[in-house]
Design a protein around this ligand. Structure first.
Ligand code: FAD
Ligand code: 5PR
Length: 377
């Protein structure tokens, strides 16, 4: 009988928790280091698509997730408050929820699988032969190291990967507020307030509100403005400015104005390679992307899962080659998703509506748990 293999993971975000759970469920002994003193996530709401929902099914997290999330009747796009499209996304599985709910469901699945999660443990470096060092000076030898420590990844930077960043001119502030459906309906009775509604205004000023119901009680709103627009990108938000453009959203904008908020500039991060020896990068550490297609966390969880499957199938001697093979197969999907998301962010083409067709849904329809997925392509 082979000895139990050990994986050390940096970062208890969506990528780290999925990698940890999928590895532990395949017999690995897994520890996740999280630099935060408390385990939590920030950033309001999130949209997930078939690719990540399939991974969550496989690790046993969806039962919990479905209980407090929703699939809105349509994804609506408006320009100057005129409806451009109401996409029902037939044949595409998708779900909206709060980030807190997704995070708690993943943490539960990880604990049930026997993963050790260590808050207050900051990783400072990793080596290609499997030594992970934390800020308290402790070094541990592992069979596999996963860098899931986000866009500022210490695993990535200590291993000397080459990083390229591309910024976009726009950015967004995100809030979780009460639904206030009755008040919104009083202001605009004909609107289906259960829809996702992407409210665009380009002229005379680029301001956009992405309205996403997360469940019966909570609403996720994302306010987009160019970084160069000082009032538009200000936090807390400039309530008079936003309500002058979106008067029908006044009840929920008032709630948002009471929250401090943080403006996130859109950016894409790429690395020369996702692996070095027995160390692999997943999630924003390897492939942060613009949120246009709502796939940053989706790709993170998809790649975390397929990494766990590939690493388990390889013997210790084969592991570096198996990780390189995993990148060769999986990376093109993520590269294309990053390219499309960056292009949508740069062109603001989502304002035209009908954007969830053709190539742009490739990632949403990808099936990471299907062992024959690459033969089908
Ligand atoms: P993170 O979430 O950044 O997690 C990294 C973790 O590692 C953190 O807990 C951090 O504290 C920890 N850490 C960092 N450094 C260390 C260290 N040295 N030692 C130990 N721990 C460390 N994606 C979607 O799929 N759908 C969406 O709707 C969506 N909307 C978005 C909207 C906006 C405005 C933005 C900016 C992003 C959006 N994304 C979306 C993308 C998504 O948020 C990210 O891609 C995803 O959270 C990345 O997960 P991660 O686990 O790789 O990284
Ligand atoms: N889609 C989603 C989202 O949260 C954002 C975008 C698109 C679900 C931003 O927060 O285009 O910026 C976007």
């Amino acid at each position: 009988m082979a000895e139990t293999r050990r994986a050390e993971i940096s970062g208890a975000g969506f990528a780290g928790l999925v990698a940890a759970t999928a590895l532990a469920q395949r017999g690995w002994q897994v520890r996740v280091h999280e630099k935060g003193e408390t385990l939590r996530t920030e950033g309001a709401g999130i949209v997930l698509w078939g690719n990540s929902l399939q991974v969550l099914d496989d690790i046993g997290a969806t039962h919990d997730i479905m209980s407090n999330s929703m699939t809105p009747p349509a994804y609506e796009t408006r320009m100057d408050n005129v409806i451009q499209s109401q996409e029902t996304l037939d044949g595409i599985r998708w779900r909206t929820m709060t980030r807190g709910h997704l995070f708690n469901s993943l943490l539960l699945a990880a604990r049930e699988a026997g993963v050790e999660v260590k808050p207050g443990s900051r990783v400072v470096s990793a080596t290609a032969d499997g030594v992970l060092t934390t800020a308290d000076g402790a070094s541990t030898k592992a069979d596999l190291i996963v860098g899931a420590d986000g866009v500022g990844s210490a695993v990535r930077d200590s291993l000397g990967f080459e990083v390229r960043r591309e910024r976009s001119r726009d950015g967004i502030t995100r809030f979780l507020v009460p639904r206030r459906k009755a008040e919104l309906s009083a202001l605009e009775p004909d609107t289906e307030w259960d829809n996702v509604i992407d409210f665009w205004n380009l002229d005379p000023r680029v301001l956009r509100v992405l309205y996403t119901p997360a469940n019966d009680e909570e609403l996720y709103i994302a306010l987009m403005a160019p970084a160069a627009d000082a009032e538009g990108s200000r936090v807390p938000i400039d309530l008079d400015l936003w309500t002058s453009i979106f008067p029908q959203l006044a009840p929920v904008l008032q709630d948002a104005a009471r929250i401090q908020g943080r403006y996130y500039g859109y950016q894409t991060t790429r690395v020369d390679s996702w692996t070095r020896g027995v160390a692999a990068l997943v999630g924003d550490a390897a492939h942060a992307m613009c949120p246009a297609l709502a796939q940053g966390a989706g790709c993170a969880m998809q790649n975390a899962y397929t990494l766990a499957v590939a690493a388990t199938a390889a013997s210790d001697d084969e592991l570096p080659a198996a990780l390189a093979g995993w990148e060769r197969l999986e990376r093109p999907y993520t590269d294309r998703c990053q390219d499309r998301s960056q292009e949508y962010a740069d062109t603001r083409a989502m304002s035209q509506g009908n954007q969830f067709t053709g190539e742009s849904v490739e990632t949403a329809l990808y099936e990471p748990t299907d062992p024959h997925r690459h033969e089908k392509a």
